[in-house]
Design a protein around this ligand. Structure first.
Ligand code: FES
Length: 367
């Protein structure tokens, strides 16, 4: 957890974004009263000084209800991501931008190169269902910068174990491709769980990696035939599990079980997990939240500031509600909040994402 007195870490991507921000500001001054985008879009729909954009260049069916999308990143989209990270995708549906994050499935790219993601249609998944049903070459999407802590570490551990289920394989495919691209493929085991044979994503990629890298073992467990994947099964399949750095991505239930099991193992190796949904557990106590002059309410430590405002009848602007698009960012004027996505604590004067921050005591937000 970051201490409040620490200087924020300024990454290469963040510096690049600052530079672009300055350029956007200059362009805005020269093109007022029209917005710069009114001019740039006449030339190229991917040029925008307000937002990051990309254009879908190909759509291919991966499995029933799942598509692979290849996206050309537009001007300013940072492509120096780590293998395993996700990007935000925003698309206008019924007049409102809907956002969701998707793991990148490609290895890190040279600037301007194509990006790829895999999207599965899910119940109540407004954007995912829209993309599976309607994505087409030429379609422009908004892009949120790559983010996420679930990525390969440097140096690469000698022995790796990946445990995935369903679309949880997508960030791991990026990692496997990266290991192959960098000639760093050593002793790697993947245990992947799918409901049926037809649900298996990237069978050709796995087959090619198996062929080309003798140290790679890929075990696919079909749960409709063989039963659910449990930590005990993982222990049976991988006898040297305690010698491996592990990455796991899939449903929360599977990750909870793996984390509990791993904590009991006699190992110094790390298990890193990636969850698809916001984990609302934190040390935040909740408190009285004041929204400028618009009102106040009490919220517990699992209710985000955005949700608290809405329950009090105060409408704040928002986009993705997942900490990606930054539409909901407001200045925190008093008190401390916890960011549920990162675990960071933010204090007075910082700009916070109200959709993923919860109150740690009484707080005031400038709205
Ligand atoms: S609504 Fe998108 S970051 Fe909060």
């Amino acid at each position: 957890m970051r201490k409040d007195s620490e200087s924020p870490v300024v990454t290469k991507a963040a510096r690049a974004r600052d530079g672009l921000g300055a350029l956007r500001h200059v362009l805005r001054r020269f093109t007022t009263p029209l917005l710069p985008d009114d001019y740039t879009q006449l030339v190229n729909p991917l040029w925008s000084v307000r937002e990051l954009r990309g254009q879908i260049v190909s759509v291919s069916r991966a499995t029933e209800g799942t598509v692979n999308l290849v996206i050309r990143p537009g001007w300013g989209v940072p492509v120096d991501f780590e293998a395993g990270q996700y990007i935000g995708i925003g698309v206008q549906i019924d007049g409102r931008y809907v956002w969701r994050s998707y793991s990148l499935t490609c290895s890190p790219r040279p600037a301007g190169d194509l990006l790829s993601i895999t999207v599965r249609a899910v119940e109540r998944g407004k954007l995912s269902n829209h993309l599976v049903g309607s994505a087409h070459p030429g379609m422009t999407v908004r892009i949120g910068a790559p983010a996420g802590d679930f990525h390969l570490t440097d140096p690469i551990p000698e022995k790796l174990l990946f445990i995935t289920a369903g679309t949880g394989i997508t960030p791991v495919i990026s990692m496997l491709r990266t290991l192959a691209d960098r000639n760093q493929f050593g002793d790697v085991t993947l245990i992947h769980s799918v409901r049926t044979d037809e649900d298996l994503l990237f069978p050709d990629v796995l087959e090619e990696l198996r062929r080309e890298h003798p140290g790679f073992t890929a075990i696919v467990r079909v749960t409709s035939r063989e039963g659910r994947l449990t930590p005990e099964t993982v222990g049976e399949i991988v006898p040297d599990v305690t010698e491996r750095t592990a990455y796991a991505c899939g449903p929360n239930e599977m990750l909870d079980a793996l984390e509990a099991w791993w904590s009991e193992l006699d190992t110094d190796e790390e298990l890193r997990t990636e969850r698809f949904t916001l984990d609302r557990s934190s040390e935040a106590t909740g408190g009285e939240i004041t929204f400028g002059h618009r009102g106040s309410c009490h919220a517990d430590g699992a209710t985000t500031l955005l949700e608290a405002a809405e329950s009090a009848g105060i409408q704040l602007t928002f986009g993705c509600r997942m900490g990606i698009c930054q539409t909901c960012v407001r200045p925190l004027t008093d008190g401390y909040v916890h960011d549920l996505r990162t675990g960071d604590v933010h204090g007075p004067g910082e700009r916070i994402r109200t959709c993923v921050c919860v109150a740690a005591g009484d707080v005031s937000v400038d709205v």
